[in-house]
Design a protein around this ligand. Sequence first.
Ligand code: FES
Length: 145
Amino acid sequence: MTPATDLSRRAVILIGSAGTAAVLAGCSTESSAGVEAGGQTAASAGAPQEVAKLADIPVGGSISATLEGKPILVSQPTEGSVIAFSAICTHQGCVVKPGGSEFDCPCHQSRFNGATGEVLDGPAPSPLEKIAVHVTGGVVLTSRR
Ligand code: FES
C-alpha cells in the first residue's frame, strides 16, 4: 500500500465517521422536534393548561402571561371571575399590556376594555381575541377547545 493510498483510506474512514456523526446528530435533532411537535399536538387537542394562579391576578385588574409561548392577558373583573385574551394587538401586532381595568397598546395607544377585550380607543380595528379559561382550585386553566 502506498502512502497516498493509505492517506485516502484514512480520509474515507474519517469522512465516514463524521458522516455518521452528522446523521446521528440529525436524528437527534429530529427526535427533539418530534417531541415538541407531540407536545403541541397534545395542547392543541384541548388538554387544559395552567395560565396563571388566581391569587396573582388583582381583582379589577389583569396580568400578562404566556400560553404556548404566546403573550396573553388574564383579567379578574370581579372576584373569582376570570377572562383571558390574546395580547397581540389587532392593529399591527404589538404586545398589549395590562393597565388597571383596561389594556394598553404601547405602539399606537389603542386601549381595550379589560373585562371584554373591546376597543375603547385608538386605531385597533377589532377586539382582542378571547381565550377560554376557567378556574379550578385557585388555578386558571385553559378550557377544552
Ligand atoms: Fe397596537 Fe398599533 S399595534 S395600536
